[in-house]
Design a protein around this ligand. Structure first.
Ligand SMILES: Cc1cn([C@H]2C[C@H](O)[C@@H](COP(=O)(O)OP(=O)(O)OP(=O)(O)O)O2)c(=O)[nH]c1=O
Length: 201
């Protein structure tokens, strides 16, 4: 029997988008929300921020694994931020801040960074990487900004928009991995998983 094929993924995330994307890999998985501290030093390079936070999310779940847990698993943590000029945009705290973020993003390009961390639950071995995707947003009127912010769709999303929802109507193009913008660069993750004896294709 090929035991490597029986390895499962433990997704250290509360994000429904990440859960859906992981489910599409057709690999057994379970979701364990991570309670990692998400503050960061904003002056760090963006790729370091997302790799650090992704690592913390996976690490927190690894440390809290029950001693009786089946450890034939790889823990996956992920973190997404939006960077405009050098400013890091996380999730807005309310509709007002969502509108402010959209106002600063409209009519120009920004970069979405997602970090991915894998930890082998058996050995503790880890690997962290990231992807960056450039997103161009169309110019918006103040009425459009307010209407989109009021839709509430962007409230739990970095940069206050969701490319996979109504936000698709305000994005004119991207360069790089689409799934990276949604919160999990699946092609990167699959390459990383190979190194942990999980073969998707
Ligand atoms: C830019 C953008 C972000 N997002 C999401 C991806 C992430 O879920 C979220 C950024 O927040 P994160 O802190 O990366 O993740 P999360 O709090 O949703 O989930 P967890 O920490 O438990 O894993 O923004 C979209 O869904 N669509 C988009 O277009």
């Amino acid at each position: 029997m090929d035991t490597a094929k029986l390895r499962r993924i433990i997704l250290a995330s509360t994000s429904p988008r990440r859960r859906e994307l992981i489910a599409s890999l057709a690999i057994p998985f379970e979701v364990v929300p991570s309670h990692a501290e998400e503050s960061f030093e904003a002056s760090l390079p963006p790729e370091q921020i997302v790799m650090e936070l992704a690592g913390r999310k996976a690490e927190a779940v690894y440390r809290e694994l029950d001693s009786s847990a089946d450890r034939n698993a790889v823990i996956v943590g992920s973190d997404t931020i939006v960077v405009r000029d050098r400013e890091v945009l996380g999730k807005p705290k309310d509709t007002q801040e969502a509108a402010d973020m959209l106002r600063s993003l409209q009519g120009r390009a920004h970069v979405v960074y997602t970090g991915v961390a894998c930890i082998d639950a058996l050995t503790g071995r880890r690997h962290v990487d990231y992807r960056a995707t450039t997103v161009r947003m169309k110019a918006l009127t103040e009425a459009e900004i307010q209407a989109y912010a009021r839709s509430g769709e962007g409230l739990d999303k970095a940069g206050a928009y969701a490319i996979q929802g109504l936000g698709a109507t305000i994005v004119t193009g991207i360069e790089g991995c689409y799934f990276n913008v949604v919160g999990l660069p699946v092609s990167l993750l699959v390459d990383m998983l190979k190194d942990f004896d999980i073969q998707v294709l």
